[in-house]
Design a binder for this molecule. Structure first.
Ligand code: NAD
Length: 243
């Protein structure tokens, strides 16, 4: 078993997940990234992480499939002995006005963004309990705090992550496991590349720019590793966005 902390980042092959993996690697963690893509597609991400001088591993599975999650977390523990840090990051959008939102559109987003955090955390936390140590950060969103027209499914999933975060902070604090969430605003990634009229958003963002994945990664790293007396909190990383 390595002396370094091991961090698992779901949806870690690109975007905010990859930036978080790189930032945690710079801080000296060995890194496990998960994604739904195949190993070939994740290889560039692994190479970038390894270039930081740490070990990096990739596990391909769908975080919304409980059976796949269990099997892969068991394999991670068999392969590496522990998971010290968990970043519940994988997520999708399937936007639409509520009246036209069908049940499949609702359920897919809830399953991939929210139920996945239950599956992965449930599989990982028993090992953190045994170790009497651990840190979990989930990727919520400002729309989970404030709501957003056209994103009933997404904002409900992100609000659910906040409830999960606060409850787990209360249940697991006595085991020395901290549980926090980050709520990003508009961040430049594949998820937001097709957004129209981003200039319109600027009047609501005091810092007058979209965020970068690195802006978010810095805060995730702070909550995951440095903020040793912080639990149950939701930190907005939004340039001061007022919805
Ligand atoms: P992204 O689309 O670039 O990255 C999401 C990653 O999750 C991808 O690598 C994707 O393959 C992976 N993924 C999707 N479904 C999966 C599944 N079922 N199993 C495993 N992996 C899966 O988007 P991003 O902007 O980097 O988003 C990362 C997180 O940040 C998401 O939870 C998103 O909701 C949240 N977020 C993003 C923004 C933003 O403005 N970009 C704002 C607030 C919150």
């Amino acid at each position: 078993m390595t002396d370094r902390k091991i961090a698992l980042i779901t949806g870690g092959s690109r975007g905010i997940g990859l930036s978080t993996a790189l930032r945690l690697a710079e801080a000296g963690c060995d890194i496990i990234i998960n994604d739904i893509c195949d190993a070939e597609k994740a290889q560039p991400a692994l190479d970038k992480i390894k270039a930081k001088g740490v070990n990096a591993y990739f596990y391909s599975f769908d975080v919304s499939n409980d059976e796949q999650v269990q099997k892969n977390v068991d394999k991670m523990i068999a392969d590496h002995g522990k998971i010290d840090v968990l970043i519940n990051n994988a997520g999708i959008t399937k936007d639409g006005l509520f009246v036209r939102m069908d049940a499949d559109q609702w359920e897919r987003v809830i399953k991939i963004n929210l139920s996945s955090a239950y599956y992965v955390t449930h599989a990982v936390i028993k090992h953190m309990m045994k170790a009497r140590s651990g840190s979990i950060v989930s990727m919520s969103s400002v729309v989970g705090v404030h709501g957003n027209a056209g994103q009933a499914n997404y904002s409900a999933s992100k609000a659910g992550l906040i409830g999960l975060t606060k409850t787990l902070a209360k249940e697991f604090g006595s085991r020395n496991i901290r549980v926090n969430a980050v709520a990003p605003g508009f961040i430049q990634t594949d998820m937001t590349k097709d957004l129209a009229n981003t200039d319109d958003y600027m009047k609501f963002i005091p810092l007058k720019r979209m965020g970068t994945p690195e802006d978010v990664a810095e805060v995730v790293k702070f909550l995951a590793l440095d903020a040793t007396y912080v639990t149950g909190q939701v930190l907005e990383v939004s340039g001061g966005l007022i919805i």
